[in-house]
Design a protein around this ligand. Structure first.
Ligand code: NAP
Length: 285
């Protein structure tokens, strides 16, 4: 049995779909099983990595797990490690973050570093997936594009090679179902280096209209992040890190090709598949 946490999310849902397609027995963890809407045959269990009691049930008879953490990442990783040790899990694939390789202080990096350290102590053979920014992050632009064809960019305009969530899921499935990935960390990117402005241009071409692009000043973004978390100091370092020129995902890596045997999906392909999100006509794929 393979357990997937974060199974209703962007990476987890696609990983579940691919694992079921391969004929694997899959258990999915969700806080809302009734609304999970996962493929037939998936054993959907109520809970989350924050809820230790739910993990006892979730890890029963599980041999391998894809761990996606979306709340308090460091604390949830500690819970997962304790449950994995107890269940004598043999394999864990952790969705970490490329930010752990960031050379500047960074709150998101720190929590994922702590998570990786915890998982190293799980007793299971681990594989860490360290993606750069997801293609789906441009979903943040949906409302302003619908309203007035504009994009206000929060993360700066630093070049990077964003990655498709489906490719992260495919890499996770390879690491879960094939040997040779134990003790390995993979920096995952898409196929090409793009700025946010170039992503907006591509999205505009797909939508058939020009998008007005602007970068929000750092202080504006710090205020927004502080409003969400109440932690101004962390907001300042996170915003500075996201806008620094040394992002680890600046250049494409070969990891997706190496692990899946095919090229990663381009941002244009993501935009074409998800265009309806920006016009209000449909769901993402
Ligand atoms: N976005 C990026 O650019 C990026 C880059 C590198 C790494 N990452 C990492 O990728 C992970 C997220 O992956 P994802 O985007 O596939 O996940 P996601 O879609 O954001 O969420 C996955 C699932 O987690 C549950 N969830 C959401 N918010 C939660 C919360 N506050 N507390 C507890 N559970 C919550 C939800 O499931 P239920 O409601 O069914 O429980 C959700 O479907 C994070 O660890 C993030 O740091 C992201």
């Amino acid at each position: 049995m393979i357990l997937v946490t974060g199974a209703t999310g962007k990476v987890g849902r696609e990983a579940v779909r691919q694992l079921i397609g391969l004929g694997c027995a899959v258990r999915a963890l969700s806080r809302s099983p009734a609304e999970a809407d996962l493929p037939e045959g998936v054993d959907v269990v109520a809970g989350s990595p924050a809820d230790t009691a739910s993990l006892e049930v979730a890890f029963k008879d599980v041999s391998a797990a894809l761990i996606v953490l979306s709340g308090d990442v460091a604390r949830e990783a500690a819970n997962i490690t304790a449950a994995a040790r107890k269940a004598r899990l043999s394999r864990i694939v952790l969705l970490s973050s490329g930010s752990v390789q960031h050379p500047v202080p960074h709150g998101i990096a720190d929590e994922h570093r702590t998570a990786e350290e915890a998982i190293r102590r799980s007793g299971a053979a681990w594989t860490f997936l360290r993606p750069g920014p997801f293609h789906a992050n441009t979903s943040w632009w949906i409302s302003s594009i619908r309203e007035n064809s504009s994009v206000r960019c929060w993360i700066g305009n630093t070049p990077g090679a964003p990655i498709d969530e489906c490719d992260i899921a495919s890499v996770a499935v390879s690491a879960l179902t094939q040997n040779g990935h134990e003790g390995r960390s993979y920096l995952l990117t898409g196929p090409e280096t793009l700025t946010s402005q170039e992503q907006a241009r591509i999205l505009g071409e797909v939508l058939g209209r020009e998008l007005d692009f602007s970068v929000a000043p750092a202080e504006e973004v710090v205020r927004i992040f502080t409003g969400i978390t109440g932690d101004r100091a962390t907001a300042v370092t996170n915003v500075a890190a996201l806008r620094s020129p040394e992002v680890p995902w600046a250049k494409p890596t070969t990891a997706v090709r190496d692990l899946t045997g095919r090229e990663p999906r381009s941002y244009r392909e993501w935009a074409e598949a998800n265009a309806a999100l920006f016009t209000g006509e449909g769901k993402s794929t």
